[in-house]
Design a protein around this ligand. Structure first.
Ligand SMILES: Cc1cc2nc3c(=O)[nH]c(=O)nc-3n(C[C@H](O)[C@H](O)[C@H](O)COP(=O)(O)OP(=O)(O)OC[C@H]3O[C@@H](n4cnc5c(N)ncnc54)[C@H](O)[C@@H]3O)c2cc1C
Ligand code: FES
Length: 348
């Protein structure tokens, strides 16, 4: 069977006749940016290191002659013609390469939606080039002139979603930027954001069941990661999202997740309430209920997002239930005292 080899990781993917390289990557859980799947936008460009392929019909503007000469191809239309096609994809551990962050990306607020009494969703559409990001990453948003220092907010949607960036911002008591988002920012306003940053991205090479734990707007990066997985046809192994909310009124995305639960048999979504009763459902903090729900996490990959205390308490519990540390992915929503750039180790 023809193989597509990813370098530098050396991962070998089985190729099914008739598929494009992009489809093969997606079938194996790897995401490659793509905007048209028709050889017109250039988003899916990769360097081919070894092997022959049929590039199919593509637009010249999507792949310049010099790039073709250097060995680049558009993977949405490329089909291997030999036994092996080696392409440059990701890093040594097969994680996708991060996009260089951009500063001052001007966007218009196209929608502002109250999702819960404390969470406001803002949908931002860039005025220039769309922002390229991986599901699970975050941007910084603020308006220093209006007393709102730049703060980190996780992107809740996936790339190619009409080029828009969706953020879900929790109101923090006396919080400068979160209050500005809730009370001052209006639909139609132009704002500036920077990013993408962060490495809370799905590990496509993970061949394990997945458990995602989220509290409050910690659901944002989890929704982004999960949406990307569903776009690629769903999780390959059982996957569960466990969401913690204080009260019934703090629940959101319930409709979306119940739809996905019905549609994908190996996906489950549960929520627990920490302050309200939940007849027939779960109550209590996730670290307390986790041992009953998942007594053995030794073969799982676990993603946790929310306040730093929540993330640490869940991570600690998951480790005691057998989770291997290299399969633990955390996104703590740490507060930022002063305007700051993300530390270099976040950018990798
Ligand atoms: C990687 C990353 C991703 C993030 N993603 C999101 C996201 O998707 N959605 C989201 O809502 N937030 C997210 N945050 C948190 C966000 O960046 C801000 O810290 C938060 O909005 C508070 O900023 P502020 O300017 O409103 O408050 P500040 O003016 O910074 O703080 C005002 C007061 O509130 C306290 N405070 C600050 N944050 C909190 C808090 N979370 N809980 C209780 N008290 C607090 C401070 O100690 C201070 O006393 C993320 C943080 C990080 C690091
Ligand atoms: S996705 Fe547009 S050129 Fe491949």
């Amino acid at each position: 069977m023809t193989k597509i080899i990813l370098q530098p990781s050396g991962k070998a993917l089985d190729y099914q006749s008739g598929d494009s390289v992009l489809t093969t990557l997606e079938r194996h859980g790897y995401a490659l940016p793509n905007n048209c799947r028709a050889g017109a936008c250039g988003e899916c460009k990769c360097k081919v290191l070894k092997g022959e392929f049929d590039q199919g019909l593509i637009m010249n503007m999507a792949l310049a002659q010099e790039e073709r000469d250097e060995g680049y191809g558009l993977m949405c239309m490329a089909k291997p013609t030999g036994d092996v096609l080696e392409i440059e994809f990701g890093t040594a551990d097969a994680l996708p390469k991060l996009f260089p962050p951009r500063e001052n990306v001007y966007c218009v607020v196209v929608h502002k939606t109250v999702r819960t009494p404390r969470i406001m969703e803002v949908r931002l559409r860039p005025l220039g080039e769309p922002l390229r990001f991986w599901p699970g990453q975050y941007v910084t948003l603020g308006a220093p002139n209006e007393g709102a220092p730049p703060r980190c907010y996780s992107i809740a949607n996936i790339p190619n979603d009409g080029a828009e960036i969706v953020l879900q911002v929790t109101r923090v008591e006396d919080g400068r930027t979160s209050q500005w988002v809730h009370d001052v920012l209006q639909e139609g306003d132009t704002v500036s954001l920077s990013g993408p940053y962060g490495t809370f991205i799905g590990d496509p090479s993970a061949d394990t069941p997945v458990l995602c734990l989220a509290a409050g707007s910690g659901l944002a990066p989890i929704t982004s990661l999960a949406s990307a997985a569903f776009l690629r046809g769903g999780f390959r192994h059982p996957a569960t999202i466990l969401f913690s909310a204080q009260r019934k009124e703090d629940l959101y995305e319930i409709g979306l997740y119940n739809y996905l639960k019905v549609k994908f048999r190996n996906f489950d979504f549960k929520y627990t309430l920490t302050q309200d009763a939940n007849p027939g459902g779960l109550t209590g903090r996730i670290p307390e209920i986790l041992p009953d729900l998942f007594p053995d996490l030794s073969n799982y990959s676990v993603y946790i997002a929310g306040s730093p205390d929540f993330v640490e308490a869940c991570a600690e519990k998951a480790i005691t239930l057998g989770l291997q540390e290299d399969r633990l992915h955390k996104e703590g929503f740490f507060e930022q005292g002063e305007p700051q750039a993300p530390s270099p180790d976040r950018l990798r």
